[in-house]
Ligand binder design. Structure first.
Ligand SMILES: [Zn+2]
Length: 287
């Protein structure tokens, strides 16, 4: 009985925090530049941010020449345009970068496999800030590098932590992050253009259909190159989820640092107008 009471109090506290976070972003009034609300005075710069940095985890890989892209995609390039003392005597640096949309830690917009669905610039902030559900399938993936997350895996999570909340981001933790950035281990192949030898875990069609029909989620994510497992030929998981306007996060880093439940994820992608995907900075705010 005592334990039950404690659990109830804990649940109330979590609910209060979530409500507080969502209220803050939804009621923030639009202000003209420079305008300050009457009741708010400007804060001194030294005051700590409302976000506790000790509880913020970066789930993003850096972009460089070793960043893993799909074997058929153009890799990330970054070239210096100016680097050093300028003619005027001051320090000046600038570079240019180029990359395919779908590589490194990135977001798949629903339009990627869903005709007429949302593009990168059409994803609301409400959808990009979501409670995390982390499903640990590391043991199964150790046995089978082509493993697909099943509805049973999701239901087992619910047995331990309760129903997957509305608007959740469901993340599969396969353990594949340990292989990054070794293409041979992480993708199954290190040859450009080779899509015949891809091996890594993903979601199953049945799990995707269950999430879409039985739960109301905003997104899925995974610590492998794709939410479809390596050998797929039809990308059916992309078809089902993107088709239901669900977006996806791929090559998510450091999932071992996020608990099964209680974390909030902030995933802010590059706002490419009409984009089908692109680089995303993902932060987990731990409970
Ligand atoms: Zn993608």
């Amino acid at each position: 009985m005592h334990k039950l009471l404690l659990a109830l109090v804990a649940a109330l506290i979590v609910a209060a925090v979530v409500l507080f976070v969502f209220n803050r972003k939804s009621i923030a009034p639009d202000k003209a530049p420079g305008e300050i609300a009457n009741n708010a005075s400007p804060k001194p710069v030294s005051e700590p941010l409302p976000i506790n940095e000790a509880k913020a985890v970066d789930l993003t890989y850096s972009f460089d020449e070793s960043t893993i892209y799909w074997p058929t995609a153009k890799p990330f390039t970054w070239e210096k345009e100016a680097w050093g003392k300028s003619a005027g005597g001051y320090w000046y640096t600038a570079a240019r970068y180029a990359a395919s949309e779908h590589g490194g830690t990135h977001l798949d917009a629903p339009v990627h496999f869903g005709e007429g669905k949302a593009a990168m610039d059409e994803l609301s902030l409400q959808r990009l800030i979501a409670p995390a559900v982390v499903v640990d399938v590391r043991k199964a993936c150790e046995q089978d590098s082509d493993y697909r997350v099943t509805p049973d895996d999701l239901m087992a999570w619910e047995k331990d932590y309760g129903k997957i909340p509305e608007g959740a981001l469901v993340l599969a933790h396969t353990g594949w992050g340990q292989f990054w950035p070794d293409k041979k281990r992480y993708l199954g192949t290190d040859k450009a253009g080779d899509v015949a030898n891809l091996h890594f875990p993903g979601f199953s069609r049945a799990a995707a259909e269950w999430l879409v029909s039985q739960r109301k989620i905003d997104a899925v994510g995974i610590d492998t190159p794709s939410i479809d497992h390596g050998p797929t030929k039809d990308f059916i998981v992309h078809q089902v989820l993107n088709g239901a306007n669900v977006y996806a996060l791929e090559n998510v880093a450091h999932l071992e640092r996020v608990p099964p439940t209680g974390a909030m994820i902030i995933a802010l992608p590059m706002k490419i107008k009409g984009g089908t995907g692109g680089p995303v900075r993902i932060i987990a705010l731990l409970p």
